[in-house]
Ligand binder design. Structure first.
Ligand SMILES: Cc1cc2nc3c(=O)[nH]c(=O)nc-3n(C[C@H](O)[C@H](O)[C@H](O)COP(=O)(O)OP(=O)(O)OC[C@H]3O[C@@H](n4cnc5c(N)ncnc54)[C@H](O)[C@@H]3O)c2cc1C
Length: 437
């Protein structure tokens, strides 16, 4: 698999040969491929949730936009994730924001996260493209007593914010989800939604096409140069001049052509398996319901949900390198974790297994920022970007059009650089070894 920490440039159609449950169940709207023009006012690089939303917001303001992707539309995480549409992003909890920035800012952050779900819903409602969006609850399940205490204490903090939280004791969780082996209680956070993530790409693509964006898939940007007061972007086929460049590549950004941006995050593999469909009896015995999205509190988390066709989706950390992404060991580790979590499900065949690159920020907080004049980026979602990357794409477009963003921490500073970027992979290996993951 393509590896952004090894490759200087992203290969064309890097996603080919990666068969996911979503790609085999979802066809995107027809996209009439444009020829690369010689210049454009705005060039958006990367056609995932961030890039599609940025392109849409620009086009809706009458701007001329070209949207490029190295692969097909939605070639990255946006077609590969678990479809948990959560009111959050990064890895900071409400109490982390509260401690670092005070209650008012933390509540503003929660409001923005709630708005990200409303933003997606608005786009889904104005598109004819179906995406299995269902109202859901996000259940953080404590994996030990210490985390149970922390989660329970968080409940009170959510009062007077845009989100609701309810603590369930271990007895209540055992009643609701009897199949779970370890159980110390859980915190339910709403609003949240579950979605078919690739179909959500379809929703955005449908709108982007109607808004007049020129979509140009299969064109990796392999070089960026300043050129007068603009920029020249090279692809293997041709190059394009742009007044403004929006880098929406998240975890898929190779070492070049934006080395300064690349050094500000860590691409990390996250993996998912999807089982055969469970029988009605198996679902009922475990207490699995399609509108529950569950995640534990381990540092290396496991997350799971029942899909509308009765299959169980189960995700967690992947391999360290792209070369090892498809290694059986990692699939087996996830299968073992599934069996340990649901001891009653020992005989579930895995029908699909795949991985994708998420973007991890040094301080666990995503950012929308301009690293250098005329270049804008949004990344560092740390594996939680279905809702927020969508709103962040719109915020990024607003920033590129000279608008002022809400005064929230992730809009007010750039992503911090990793101190020794070359050692990121070694650090990840050591971290996994410490966690015995
Ligand atoms: C296994 C897995 C499970 C996940 N589950 C969830 C979940 O349940 N909930 C949640 O909120 N988040 C989840 N995420 C994270 C979420 O999918 C991402 O945060 C989100 O999709 C990021 O969208 P994006 O548009 O920024 O990036 P991506 O969708 O990754 O898109 C980046 C695009 O940039 C393109 N690109 C890169 N470099 C170039 C270049 N030089 N030239 C041209 N194109 C380029 C790539 O081809 C790619 O299409 C998960 C991620 C993974 C991998």
């Amino acid at each position: 698999m393509y590896d952004p920490l090894i490759a200087n440039t992203i290969p064309r159609d890097h996603e080919q040969g990666i068969d996911t449950y979503w790609t085999s169940h979802t066809q995107l709207p027809e996209c009439r491929v444009s020829k690369l023009p010689e210049h454009a006012e705005f060039v958006v690089i990367g056609a995932g949730y961030t890039g599609l939303n940025a392109a849409l917001a620009l086009a809706q303001q009458g701007r001329e936009v070209v949207l490029l992707d190295a692969g097909g539309i939605g070639a990255g995480c946006s077609s590969r994730n678990a479809g948990f549409m959560l009111p959050g992003s990064g890895r900071l909890s409400f109490s982390d924001y509260h401690k670092a920035f005070g209650f008012e800012t933390a509540a503003g952050v929660q409001q923005e996260f709630a708005s990200s779900i409303a933003h997606v819903e608005e786009l889904v409602q104005s598109s004819q493209f179906p995406c299995d969006l269902i109202s859901s609850r996000y259940l953080r399940l404590a994996h030990n007593q210490k985390m149970a205490k922390q989660l329970e204490n968080q409940q009170a903090l959510y009062e007077h914010t845009a989100l609701d939280a309810e603590w369930f004791s271990n007895a209540e969780i055992a009643r609701q989800i009897p199949g779970i082996s370890w159980n110390y209680g859980g915190l339910q956070v709403t609003p949240a939604r579950a979605v078919n993530p690739r179909a959500l790409v379809g929703v955005y693509l449908d709108q982007v096409i109607r808004a007049g964006v020129r979509c140009i898939p299969h064109h990796p940007v392999i070089d960026w140069q300043r050129c007068g007061d603009g920029h020249r972007l090279a692809t293997p086929a041709a190059s394009i001049k742009a007044q403004h460049v929006l880098v929406c590549t998240n975890g898929y950004l190779a070492k070049a052509p934006f080395p300064d941006i690349s050094a500000r995050h860590m691409p990390v593999l996250s993996s998912i398996l999807v089982t055969r469909p469970l029988t009605q009896h198996e679902q009922a015995a475990q207490g699995l319901r399609v509108n529950d999205m569950m995640m534990d509190t381990r540092t290396l988390k496991y997350y799971y949900r029942l899909l509308p066709d009765g299959r169980l989706l189960f995700g967690g950390r992947g391999a360290v390198t792209g070369a090892n992404a498809a290694d059986q060991r990692h699939q087996q580790r996830l299968e073992a974790a599934l069996k340990a979590t649901f001891p009653g499900l020992q005989n579930l065949a895995t029908d699909y297994y795949w991985s994708g690159w998420i973007s991890v920020a040094l301080d666990a907080m995503p950012r929308v920022f301009s690293p250098t004049p005329g270049v804008y980026t949004s990344m560092g979602y740390c594996g939680a970007g279905v809702a927020f990357a969508s709103l962040a794409g719109k915020r990024l477009a607003q920033l590129a059009m000279g608008e002022t963003l809400p005064p929230l921490p992730f809009y007010q500073s750039p992503l911090p650089r990793f101190p020794l970027p070359r050692l990121r992979r070694m650090a990840l290996r050591a971290f996994y070894a410490l966690q015995r993951g």
